[in-house]
Ligand binder design. Structure first.
Ligand code: ATP
Length: 196
């Protein structure tokens, strides 16, 4: 079975991902793969450098993600262009990893933060949402990133609200409580889905 793990910014996906790996179920991390496919030698890297020019490179030829981020921040056309280089490469690599893992594993989890925003539910058999209420999300985000409430709020608001995502998820972990309480919910859901 392929499970898509998702949530909202600071809702606890990484925390749950660690727990899943402790249960000996492999997790494919979309963010990690997104960093991999833009490293020197990769096809997407070459496309990015060709389009955006050498100014976005560090001395060691790696891409300066901050610089690139600043360029696309207010430029929709360039942002779409960047996505057109990166997204297919990420998708392809995630699918290849999944196929490799499924040769030796019964189940695989794909950690895809923007699973619903990017309409990628078709890539997985079940979706698992890590949910927190707005107040907890804001508090944990501000604490983790040492950010102001205005900054944290604007990042939260750039995503689909978690309350909406609960309507589409097959399983929901309510992560407002303790980490241990969330672990019990995870075990309960995975047992019900016959993964454990
Ligand atoms: P992002 O999408 O921003 O990477 P995330 O969904 O992976 O975030 P985490 O980094 O796992 O979220 O969690 C956000 C913060 O909340 C972290 O500092 C984490 O330690 C803390 N946290 C997660 N779950 C709990 C919990 N149940 N109780 C207390 N703190 C928690």
């Amino acid at each position: 079975m392929i499970v898509g793990l998702t949530g909202g910014i600071g809702s606890g996906k990484s925390t749950i991902s660690v727990m899943i790996q402790e249960l000996n179920i492999p997790v494919i991390d979309a963010d990690k793969i997104a960093r991999e496919v833009v490293s020197p030698g990769e096809a997407a890297y070459a496309q990015i450098v060709e389009f955006f020019g050498g100014d976005i490179l560090e001395e060691d030829r790696s891409i300066n993600r901050k610089k690139l981020g600043a360029i696309i921040f207010n430029d929709e056309e360039k942002r779409l262009k960047l996505n057109s280089f990166v997204h297919p490469a990420v998708r392809e690599r995630m699918l290849a990893r999944k196929d490799e893992l499924l040769e030796v594993q019964e189940s695989v989890v794909m950690d895809i933060p923007l699973l619903f925003e990017s309409k990628l539910s078709h890539m997985v058999d079940r979706t698992l949402l890590v949910y927190v209420d707005k107040k907890t999300q804001l508090e944990r985000l501000m604490k983790r990133d040492q950010s102001s409430s205005a900054d944290a709020l604007s990042r939260i608001r750039s995503q689909i609200p978690l309350d909406d995502k609960t309507k589409w998820a097959d399983g929901i972990i309510d992560n407002n409580g303790t980490v241990e309480e969330s672990r019990q919910q995870l075990i309960h859901i995975f047992t019900k889905w016959d993964i454990l």
